[in-house]
Design a protein around this ligand. Structure first.
Ligand SMILES: [Zn+2]
Length: 394
């Protein structure tokens, strides 16, 4: 044997040992994977949650995947055929088990919540998980400062549009806001739209924020931008408490028929009595007008009126079912009590109000059970999904 062949043999032996040791690595060091979609199906079905596409308000290809996204268990960009490791599966399972008992199985999944407020550093992830458990898959947030000049709104707006919306592009609908008295309002609004916003919220028209007529020359430049960009405007508009505001808004609604307006809180007509006739009059006169049913901090007042005669409200909602949106009007900020449980319970009051004949709610009026609207599924589908889509131009 020559020195050359001895060297070759040595190299062969060394390489063989390396290869053999690699092949004989114990099996438990190999990473086991499975398809995400199949895993989710097993996970939900093993907890008696069976789904098909008819459980969703909008079209979905993979119900189990869509459900997991709604619950915020996985990012919205995930695909069902993605291979996940056991470690990831474990994380999803743990997260699911921590919220399992909160999940409302009403078969109305994919609701769109059209009225919530955001202040910088509010825990959006927590909010989306709580909302997801109630079947809500999209949430409209409006950045909101402090009255009377919407002080600090720029910071909340920047954070919402540039960070939060970017992090959850499929789940967050983000509106801009402005200071109605600021001569640069139209310019600021346009820049905000260019940054990716979906519409405008006017806080002026709320008694704590009002200092500028909403039909001013300055504001007309703002509405003109909404018209150019084809985006909706949500506004508070206390027409029963601010003198002259109703006339101002009527002028705006009629001068911008191409712009969709959402006049929140039954157009602020459930105050000092039930004035739904005034709300109906506005809806009849202006086809570009929608309302929302959000109760916000006024929840006790609304409960008081619902208790008086719920059928007045139900008849109204059925009559105007094509023009109604849902939202809770929560201000998501860093207040410690607004944790998952609080957010969930507060939003559930609204869902139960719409869907139940009687329901318990620990906010507002203390007496339980409270009478609910008990709306038909057809009406609920419009309120939760079809009307928001029309307003947002989906
Ligand atoms: Zn609000």
């Amino acid at each position: 044997m020559t020195i050359f062949t001895t060297k070759l043999l040595t190299i062969f032996v060394v390489v063989s040992i390396v290869l053999l040791s690699a092949c004989s690595t114990p099996a438990n060091n190999l990473v086991h994977t499975q398809a995400l979609g199949a895993y989710l199906k097993d996970l939900f079905e093993s907890h008696d949650i069976t789904l098909d596409s008819s459980d969703f308000l909008g079209p979905v290809e993979e119900p189990y995947l869509a459900f997991a996204k709604m619950l915020n268990l996985i990012p919205s960009s995930e695909q069902g055929d993605k291979e996940i490791t056991d470690e990831i599966a474990e994380q999803i399972s743990e997260q699911f088990l921590s919220i399992k008992d909160y999940i409302l199985l009403d078969g109305l999944y994919g609701k769109i919540d059209m009225h919530e407020h955001y202040r910088d550093d509010g825990d959006v992830e927590e909010f989306l998980s709580a909302a997801g458990c109630l079947g809500i898959s999209k949430v409209l947030f409006v950045p909101t400062g402090l009255g009377p000049d919407n002080e600090g709104y720029e910071q909340h707006q920047e954070s919402l549009i540039k960070h939060i919306k970017e992090e959850f592009p499929e789940k967050i609908i983000a509106f801009c806001t402005i200071d109605e008295a600021d001569p640069r309002a139209a310019e600021i609004f346009e820049q905000c739209l260019k940054d990716g916003a979906d519409g405008l919220k006017l806080i002026g028209g709320h008694t704590s924020f009002y200092d500028e007529p909403l039909n001013s020359e300055n504001m007309y430049k703002v509405y003109q931008k909404a018209s150019e960009y084809g985006v909706p405007i949500l506004l508070h508009g206390s027409i029963l408490t601010i003198r002259g505001l109703k006339e101002q808004l009527e002028k705006v609604y009629s001068d911008f028929p191409e712009v969709t307006f959402i006049h929140a809180h039954y157009s602020s007509t459930i105050m000092n009595g039930i004035h739904l006739d005034e709300c109906a009059e506005l809806l009849d006169k202006y086809p570009n007008l929608y309302i929302d049913l959000s109760m916000g901090g006024g929840i006790k007042r609304y409960h008081g009126y619902y208790k008086l005669k719920i059928s007045i409200f139900v008849d109204f909602l059925v009559a105007y079912q094509n023009r109604i949106l849902f939202g809770s009007d929560i201000i998501l900020n860093t207040a410690k009590h607004k944790d998952f449980d609080w957010l969930y319970r507060r939003m559930k009051c609204d869902i139960d109000l719409h869907q139940q004949e009687y329901y318990d709610c620990s906010f507002g009026e203390e007496e339980n059970p409270k009478p609910g609207f008990y709306l038909d599924e057809e009406v609920l589908r419009k309120l939760y999904y079809e009307n928001p889509r029309k307003v947002l131009g989906y």
